[in-house]
Design a protein around this ligand. Sequence first.
Ligand code: HEC
Length: 101
Amino acid sequence: MSHPDWRLPLRRVALLFVLLAPSAGAEELPIALAPGTGRETVQASCGMCHSLDYIVINSPFQDQAAWEKTVRKMVNVMGAPLSEEQVQAIVAYLSQHYAGL
Ligand code: HEC
C-alpha cells in the first residue's frame, strides 16, 4: 500500500500563497486621497493604469500648470479616456490638494 503523496497539495498551497500575497498586501493599504470635490473622478480616472501613489509622489513638484500638463499627457500620450470636463475637474482637485510647488 503506497502512502498518499501529500507534498504536491502542500506545494500548491504555498504557490497560491505567493501569488495572492502581493495583491492582498496592496488591499490592506489603499491610497486614501484627500477628501474634496473631484476625488471620485480622480480615483476612477487615474488609478486604472498605475497606482494613485503617482499623484502623491509627484505632488511636491507640481503646481496647477504642471498638473494640467501631466493630466493632458495622460490623455494625449498615454490614452486615458477622459472628457474635457473630467480633465478640468481632475486638474482643479489636484491643484487644490496635491500642488506642493
Ligand atoms: C491610460 C493609462 C493611464 C491613465 C488612465 C493615467 N496614467 Fe498616469 N501614467 C501612465 C503611464 C504609462 C505613465 C508613465 C509610465 C510609468 O511610469 O508607469 C504614467 C505616469 C504618470 C505620472 C508620473 C509622472 C509623469 O509625467 O510620467 C503621474 C504623476 C501620473 N501618471 C498621473 C496620472 C493622473 C493624475 C492620472 C489621471 C488623470 C493618470 N496618471 C492616468 C498611464 C496612465
